[in-house]
Ligand binder design. Structure first.
Ligand code: 3DD
Length: 425
């Protein structure tokens, strides 16, 4: 094992061997990102640049980190959720000389300590999933901002936060919204979240989904994926929403739609995917059936009001890994998974490698664009930018090719027809 003396903090370096194997497994299923690694490992465009990242430490993230390092970057890294770090992966990255500060089960103080350590490397680039790093940089280490040429943001919640910062003129460097790339949100958020959320619930409960009333709060890209996969397992899916168009889409997909106040009485498994706080609160807990399972797959742990659940609990015990049994004063038991944090990453391994392949190809190309602009003496404004559509097409084409698919091409005549507005009936 190539243990370089570096500055890092992980739970147990002896897990590195196991983590290394999992990373190789992920590399074998991330052909687009590996093609980018192959393309840039000689020219090393990131040489001389430091990237500070704050994103779930999973086997897929490790492939991205190693790709940045192979492309010449110095990388410092922390996890973006106290419960999502895979300790064997963190150990493997540390053993590879990456300055990583992450372990499973850290408290909030330790979480921000880890972010602070990554900033000691004075990054030129930041990479966020939920905007905690960029927010900490702006509010606690603003003296480092002149050194930063730009950043990227992985998730919906983070992009919302950054667009609000930019609108208030508070954003001090340009950020590219990787989340908003079609080859990210329409695949990672839908198919990734759909499968990994079910994965997390099954690992924490091993319950039968068929025949169960599964209540999905939020019918955005993530909720849509979860509802689709729960239905595939034979569940009766109920959707709750606040957005009329989203609720309407759910009804046309054949899902029942109702208020949480009504769903609380009949639900067997509750999954929040809204990005909003207080989706399930005390009045809902008090209506729930004995044995109801409650979990969240949104980025932050604010969607289920846990203090209110605790307030009504007579006893709490961990009945199995990532599964706490709250016995309420009314005698009913409610099972909270992964302490209300995102169940797909806290109780499982997050999205499958195949779908993170495209999300992280977008991350790599967005960071490369920032570096290339810098080298040309250009700098974007302090705004949040979308991924260019041609990048989406490029990544989707690469992905299709690695899957062995080929597609048709528009002829010159068809292109002319599309551009010829005069052609009518
Ligand atoms: N996210 C889900 N699965 C992940 C994995 N296997 N590795 C790293 C991050 C992972 C979170 C992303 O889906 C992110 O895009 C989000 O939170 O939206």
């Amino acid at each position: 094992m190539d243990e370089k003396k570096g500055y890092y903090k992980v739970k147990d370096l002896s897990l590195a061997k196991e983590g290394k194997l999992k990373i190789e497994w992920a590399e074998s299923r991330m052909p687009v990102l590996m093609a980018l690694r192959e393309k840039y490992k000689k020219s090393k465009p990131f040489k001389g640049f430091t990237i500070a990242g704050c994103l779930h430490v999973t086997k897929e993230t490790a492939v991205l980190v190693k790709t940045f390092a192979e492309a010449g970057a110095q990388v410092s890294w922390s996890g973006c959720n106290p419960l999502s770090t895979q300790d064997d992966i963190a150990a493997a990255l540390a053993a590879d000389g990456i300055s990583i500060f992450a372990w499973h089960g850290m408290n909030v103080k330790e979480f921000y300590w880890c972010i602070d350590q990554t900033l000691k490397f004075k990054p030129h680039l930041t990479l966020d999933d939920g905007a905690d790093l960029i927010f900490t940089l702006h509010n606690k280490h603003s003296q480092l901002i002149p050194n930063v040429i730009g950043g990227t943001e992985e998730t919906t919640t983070g992009v919302h936060r950054l667009r609000a910062m930019a609108k208030n003129g508070a954003l001090k460097y340009p950020v590219i919204a990787v989340n908003d790339a079609e080859t990210k949100w329409d695949f990672d958020n839908v198919y990734g979240t759909g499968q990994s959320t079910i994965d997390g619930i099954l690992r924490a409960t091993s319950v039968l989904f068929a025949g169960k009333n599964v209540v999905v709060a939020g019918y955005g890209h993530c909720g849509r994926g979860v509802a689709m996969r729960a239905k595939g397992l034979g569940a009766n899916v109920i959707v709750t929403e606040v957005k009329p168009t989203a609720a309407l889409k759910a009804t046309l997909e054949g899902f029942r739609v109702m208020k949480m106040d009504d769903a609380a009485k009949i639900g067997d498994i509750f999954i929040t995917a809204t990005g909003v706080k207080d989706v399930i609160v005390e009045r809902h807990f008090l209506k729930m059936k004995d044995g109801a399972i409650v979990c969240n797959t949104g980025h932050y742990d604010c969607e289920i009001n846990i203090p209110q659940l605790k307030k009504h609990a007579r006893t709490v015990r961990e009945i199995r890994k990532d599964n706490e049994e709250y016995t309420l004063k009314n005698g009913n038991r409610i099972y909270l998974l992964a302490k209300g944090r995102l169940v797909n990453l806290a109780a499982a391994e997050g999205h499958p490698s195949e779908v993170m392949d495209m999300s992280f190809a977008n991350q790599f190309m967005a960071q490369l664009r920032l570096v290339e602009l810098f080298k040309q003496g250009k700098r974007l404004d302090n705004q949040v930018y979308d991924i260019p559509p041609e990048q989406d097409e490029y990544i989707a084409s690469l992905k299709l090719a690695t899957m062995g698919y080929s597609i048709d091409k528009l002829t010159k005549e068809q292109i002319a027809y599309i551009n010829d507005y005069s052609a009518g009936t």
